[in-house]
Structures are given as C-alpha cells and as structure tokens.
Design a binder for this molecule. Structure first.
Ligand code: MRU
Length: 353
C-alpha cells in the first residue's frame, strides 16, 4: 500500500507529555481548553497522582507517563545493576500501576520497563530512560500508521462521529481514532466531524474540539444523547473511537457511552471502527467480561465546571468505561493492520496467543 504523505506538523502540534531530562511535564487536561498549563512531576508518586486525577489521560498517554515515572523513581535507588535495582523499584511500579485499572497500556508500559531493567547492567538508569523514550516514539509512529490504515476504509466526503478524546492529548501525538480523523480530513475522505461531549469529564467538548481547532478542523459538538438521532438523519457514515483494552475475542473497553454508540450505529447501518495501537491489545484477557471497569467518585456527576447541577442528597453511579462486544465492531485498526469483523480467530491470527 502506498503511504499518503501528510504534513504532520500542520495536523499534530500538541504534546501532552514532555521529558525535560530531570522532570516530567504534563499538560494539565483538567484545565483545558481555557488554561494551557504544564504541571511538573519530580517523582513517581506525583506521576501516579497525576494519572489518577486525569491531569494526564488516554490509554497510551498514561502508559508513557508511567514509564517516565519509573525513570524518576530510579533516581532514589542505589544499585549496581538492573537486577539489583528491580526489587527496590517494584513498589513504585506497583503504585503507578494502581493509578487507573482499565487501560492495559499502563500495565503494558510498566512490563516493558521491568523487562529491560532486569537485563540491564551498570547503565540501568540510562536503559530505563531510553525505553521510556522508545515507548513514546513507537506510539507516535503507530498512530501515524493507523491514521493511514483507518482513513483508507472511509469513503470520500463521509461524516464521522467520535467519542471522548483520542488525539495527541491522549497519546504521544497524532492520536488513534483522532489520527484516523486527521488523516481522513487531510485526504478528503471525511467531510464532517461530529464530537460527542463525553459526560462527565467532557473530554469531547473540552479536549477533542480544542485539539481539532488547533489543526483548523471545525468539529460539530453534540450532546451524548443526540447520537442516535444524528445517525438517523444519515449524516454519519462511521463512528470512529479509540480503546483502553482490546480483549482476545475482540471485545473493546472504551470511554463510557461507546457501547451505546455501537448499538445505535448497528441499528442505523453506520459502520463502527476502533483504532488503537497493539499496546492496547490484551490477549491474556479472554473477553470483556473480565475487564475491571473503573468507577470514579460519584461526585463527578453532580455538577459541571465546579457548579452543582444535581439536586442535593442524590446518589450516583459513575462507571467511566464500558465494553463494546466484538459483534458490533466492523473494524479494529492497529499499526499492524486492519481486522474486519473481529472475533477470537481473527484476533489470534493477528496477535498470536
Ligand atoms: O478516562 P480517559 O479520558 O482516560 O478515557 C480515555 C478513553 O476512553 C479513550 O477513548 C481511550 O483511552 C483511547 S485514547 C487514544
């Protein structure tokens, strides 16, 4: 396949994670779009707290941030080689891993750091830093490849609907589903982009809209509850979303609300694409039934922007991810290729055991 050429600098300017050489700077995604501010993390616990608080969020981005958290933790350890450092570093790795449970990229990145650490010699700190940088660089390359592969599935002038934020903000750069959308717009395959608000954190309204605007792409914002009605009008041809974990049978965990989009899409003959790097694939989890769905503070549902909107003394349930069964997915796009109508056999062919 011939790779289309993109002006990546025009379509991808935001970097949520910056390594300064002695600290990690995270673009504070709780404050966007009105305040553009990086927070500095000097140790692994600050990184774990930032992941938990959604200062940095999005499956690939939290994996990359955690990898740099390990590099920070290494500064407090005195060890002659990686094997000696490993048990001393393990508590910090565990705390980073516990910051959020659903996105497998977090555990995946930490497993990579562990693997290179135990094999490293006296230069084990440099080895860890090189691995963290490699995780980030590979993510960016994967996203650019996925953008081309995913966009190629979309017919010219299509309308697409996306959910949550899957862009540069959620990754090392370019984005997963939003990378497909960037590439699709650049190629004229996508004529119209709709973004769901994504209650309660408003990743769509606050982050996706802002991010696309930096690229000169003007999305149309919809309330999450308008999606089925929008599909009924015929304006949307593809729903394009990211993933936090893709299971061995092709079931996909992603931001709460994704599942209902997939149901509505199937009902209306709209196709459904999941774009995610292979670091999001978890062949050790057989199906979505085994995924730990993060439930956050019910207080996140009681208001918007610090202003209370719910009546006092109400209870609330706040799961922040859901599972879309593979039967509702038309294509899973990773940097390794496209899996159409994913199921266990197709996943095993693509990803092995
Ligand atoms: O709670 P968040 O904002 O971390 O949830 C993010 C999502 O659900 C994204 O869709 C997913 O991580 C893919 S990001 C490339």
């Amino acid at each position: 396949m011939t790779e289309p050429t993109f002006d990546f600098d025009r379509y991808d300017r935001i970097r949520p994670i910056r390594w300064t050489g002695d600290a990690l700077e995270l673009l504070d995604q709780r404050k966007l779009p009105f305040v553009v501010e990086y927070v500095r993390c000097d140790d692994a616990d600050a990184v774990a707290a930032a992941i938990h608080a959604l200062t940095v969020r999005g499956a690939p981005a939290i994996g990359i941030a955690a990898a740099w958290g390990v590099v920070l933790a290494a500064r407090d350890i005195d060890a002659a080689d990686g094997n000696a450092a490993a048990p001393q570093l393990e508590p910090a790795l565990q705390r980073l891993n516990a910051a959020r449970p659903t996105a497998v990229n977090l555990a995946w990145a930490l497993a990579r750091m562990r693997r290179v650490l135990v094999a490293a010699g006296a230069d084990w700190r440099d080895v860890l830093a090189r691995e963290a940088q490699a995780i980030a660089d590979e993510d960016l390359a994967a996203n650019r490849r996925m953008g081309a592969l995913g966009a190629a599935l979309i017919e010219p002038e299509s309308g697409v609907l996306t959910h949550c934020n899957t862009g540069s903000l959620a990754t090392a750069g370019f984005g997963t589903a939003l990378g497909v959308i960037r590439a699709g717009v650049a190629q004229g395959r996508i004529g119209k982009v709709y973004a769901g608000e994504t209650r309660p954190w408003l990743q769509g309204a606050r982050l996706t809209v802002w991010e696309l605007q930096q690229d000169g792409i003007s999305p149309t914002l919809i309330a999450d509850s308008a999606a089925a009605h929008l599909m009924k009008t015929g304006a949307v041809h593809w729903v394009v979303v990211g993933a936090d974990r893709i299971c061995a049978n092709g079931d996909v965990a992603n931001k709460i609300g994704t599942y209902q989009l997939a149901i509505a899409a199937r009902h209306h003959g709209v196709r459904f694409m999941v774009a995610a790097p292979s670091s999001t694939v978890d062949m050790a989890t057989p199906s979505g039934d085994q995924i730990h769905i993060e439930e956050r503070d019910p207080g996140e549902l009681f208001g918007v922007g610090g202003v209370r909107t719910a009546a006092e003394e109400v209870g609330a349930w706040n799961p922040v991810f859901d599972v879309t069964p593979h039967e509702l997915i038309d294509a899973i796009v990773t940097e390794r290729g496209v899996i159409e109508r994913p199921d266990e056999a197709a996943m095993r062919t693509a990803f092995g055991a």
